[in-house]
Ligand binder design. Structure first.
Ligand code: SF4
Length: 266
């Protein structure tokens, strides 16, 4: 949790200490002293997420288990990846910054994925996850997975936006054999349970619906069109205020909230 603050003219350093049953993480996060948007804070949260995931992976390996995920295995990149609304805007920005020819290539892949979802009758489902019945998420995820639609950013089974990839992509680790991820069932995937889900905290933070039970999320594969339809409304706020709220949400029981949100789909 955040503690001592050292202020300078441009940034505020926040000392953070976070503990799980297996590890303790101490780090310093520097946030701008000027008001900032949640989107501008995301690189900081991404670095923090990497530290949490790294600590968890280390603890798993110290228990004698092996993390199977490695570069060149993109099986999980054919799942419906849930991202926060702020991340959807970030993905839109990222694509808009690409050189024209590359941007066209990526936009074409998003369009092809959308077309395949429409042909398979899954598009409406994914456009409206808030309408899913309880328990429906798993069936939707499996139907999606069977289509084998690669993430538009997947190239040669590697992530072409690795430094900027969404939080959920960072948080996905398995210890089951990598080949199981190509034929997942309810029983053959051992996901590493992270003690904190950063993407859920951000999804709750970036919404006016912070008090609602449902966590707003966007399927990564539909991020561009979602961001086109939803303008950014978040007002800049002091960085330390956003960070404080982030850690409050992080320390709440957001794992069960995540499962509610996705109906245990992903
Ligand atoms: S953004 Fe990268 S890591 Fe995430 S699903 Fe796409 S290719 Fe995979």
């Amino acid at each position: 949790m955040p503690s001592d603050r050292d202020t300078s003219e441009e940034t505020i350093s926040v000392n953070v200490e976070l503990a799980s049953p297996e590890w303790r993480l101490r780090t310093t996060m520097s946030v701008p002293s000027e008001p900032i948007t949640l989107k501008e804070m995301l690189p900081l949260v991404q670095s923090f997420a990497d530290a949490v995931v790294g600590s968890t992976a280390k603890a798993v390996e110290e228990r004698g288990e092996k993390i199977s995920c490695k570069k060149g295995c993109g099986a999980c990149c054919r799942q419906p990846v849930p991202i926060s609304e702020t991340e959807a805007h970030l993905i839109r920005d990222l694509v808009e910054r690409l050189p024209h020819s590359r941007q066209t290539e990526i936009r074409d892949r998003f369009a092809q994925a959308r077309q395949r979802l429409a042909e398979a009758g899954l598009l409406e489902k994914l456009l409206h996850p808030e309408s899913w019945d309880k328990g429906e998420g798993w069936a939707v995820a499996m139907s999606y997975f069977r289509l084998g639609i690669p993430c538009p950013f997947l190239e040669n089974e590697a992530c072409s936006i690795h430094p900027d990839r969404p939080l959920k992509c960072r948080e996905y680790l398995v210890t089951s054999p990598a080949e199981n991820c190509r034929r997942p069932t309810a029983d053959n995937i051992n996901m590493v349970a992270l003690p904190f889900q950063m993407w859920v905290a951000i999804a709750r933070l970036d919404s006016a619906s912070a008090g609602e039970r449902r966590i707003p999320w966007v399927p990564l594969v539909l991020a561009l069109e979602w961001a086109e339809l939803h303008t950014e409304t978040a007002e800049p706020r002091p960085g330390q205020e956003i960070l404080k709220q982030f850690f409050e949400l992080l320390s709440s029981k957001n794992r069960s909230q995540e499962q509610d949100a996705l109906n245990e789909s992903c």
